[in-house]
Structures are given as C-alpha cells and as structure tokens.
Ligand binder design. Structure first.
Ligand SMILES: [Zn+2]
Length: 86
C-alpha cells in the first residue's frame, strides 16, 4: 500500500461523501466542507485539491440583500405609479 493511501483513507460513505483521515489528530473529515484541510490542525491530505464551485463559496447574504432592496424599491415605485395614475 502506498504512502498516500496510508495517510488518505478515502472512504465513500452511504451518501457518496469522500472523507479523509487526519494522521495528526486521528480525525475523519469531509474535505469538501473544510476547504480541503483538517478543521482541527490544518493538515492537507495528499492528492488533488478539493474545492467547491464558485457559486457555493460566495457568501450570498449581501447580494441577496441588495437584490431585495432593488425589488422593494421597484415595487414601491409601481404601487405609487399605479396610485397616482388611478
Ligand atoms: Zn488534523
């Protein structure tokens, strides 16, 4: 068995999730949710880097808040326009 396989015991769980085993602190983690590193010590498993797509990495709070404000202003303008024209 290779050294990489010794350190990275990649296991697919029932949900198809790949987990890695940190040899430093004996912790199993899913690299997909921890930016590819151990959440305790920062150890990075060997092999290809695991990274989420851009849409999953972006914090959508402020873009969603801006979109909500724009839609609210447009709706307010539409209501005022309809009220004035009626
Ligand atoms: Zn660790």
């Amino acid at each position: 068995m290779s050294a990489i396989a010794d350190h990275l015991r990649a296991v697919r769980s029932d949900h198809g999730e790949i987990t890695a085993h940190c040899p430093v602190d004996e912790w199993d983690f899913a690299p997909r949710y921890t930016d590819g590193v151990c959440p305790i010590c920062g150890w990075r498993p060997p092999g290809p880097r695991v990274q989420l797509p851009l849409a999953a990495r972006v914090d959508w709070f402020w873009p969603a808040l801006v979109a909500l404000a724009i839609v609210s202003a447009a709706m307010a303008a539409a209501v005022i326009f309809a009220y004035v024209r009626a």
